[in-house]
Design a protein. Structure first.
Length: 158
C-alpha cells in the first residue's frame, strides 16, 4: 500500500474478519465503504494478508456490480431508467443532472468527488416514478426543476 492509503484501516477490517479468506466479500464491502471505491493498492495488500491471489480478489471485485474500482462521489445519485420511470420522463432528469454537474455518459463523477451520477434498471419504487436515489434514499416524482432544488440542498450541506 502506498501514500494516501492507511494500512491500519485495512488491518482493522481484516482483524474484524479474523484474516479469513472466506470473508473476502465483506472485507471488500467494508473497504469500499471506507474509501467509496476499491483502490488498486488494496488488491496486493489483501492478497498478502489473506493468502489469496491478487487475480482472485480482483475477479471477485469485478464480478459483483456493487463494487467500484473508480472513485465515487460523496453523493451517489442513481437515476432509474426502468420502464415506469422512462415512460414518465427520467431521461430529461438525467440530462439536467449531467448539465448542472458538468458530467456526461463517460464522466460520471465530479472532479471534487462530491457527486456521482449513474443510471439503474429499476429502483423498485415504480409508483413514485420518475425516481432517483441519493445514497439509497428515494426521491420520487422527480422533475428537472426538482433536481435543481435537490442539488442546491446537497451542496449547502457541504
Amino acid at each position: 500500500m502506498q501514500g494516501k492509503f492507511d494500512c491500519s484501516e485495512i488491518d482493522a477490517i481484516l482483524q474484524d474478519h479474523a484474516y479469513q479468506a472466506n470473508q473476502i466479500i465483506p472485507i471488500l464491502q467494508e473497504t469500499q465503504a471506507k474509501y467509496r471505491y476499491l483502490p488498486r493498492e488494496v488488491f496486493p495488500y489483501l492478497s498478502a494478508k489473506l493468502g489469496m491471489s491478487t487475480a482472485k480478489i480482483y475477479s471477485i471485485a469485478t464480478f459483483y456490480e456493487n463494487f467500484s474500482l473508480e472513485p465515487k462521489g460523496k453523493y451517489v445519485i442513481k437515476i432509474c431508467d426502468g420502464t415506469a420511470c422512462h415512460v414518465r420522463k427520467s431521461i430529461p432528469i438525467l440530462q439536467k443532472l449531467r448539465k448542472e454537474l458538468g458530467l456526461s455518459e463517460t464522466k460520471v463523477t465530479t472532479d471534487d468527488l462530491l457527486f456521482t451520477v449513474e443510471t439503474v434498471s429499476c429502483v423498485g419504487a415504480c409508483g413514485l416514478a420518475p425516481v432517483l436515489t441519493v445514497n439509497d434514499k428515494v426521491h420520487g416524482a422527480m422533475t428537472p426543476e426538482k433536481v435543481e432544488e435537490l442539488l442546491a440542498k446537497l451542496k449547502e450541506e457541504n
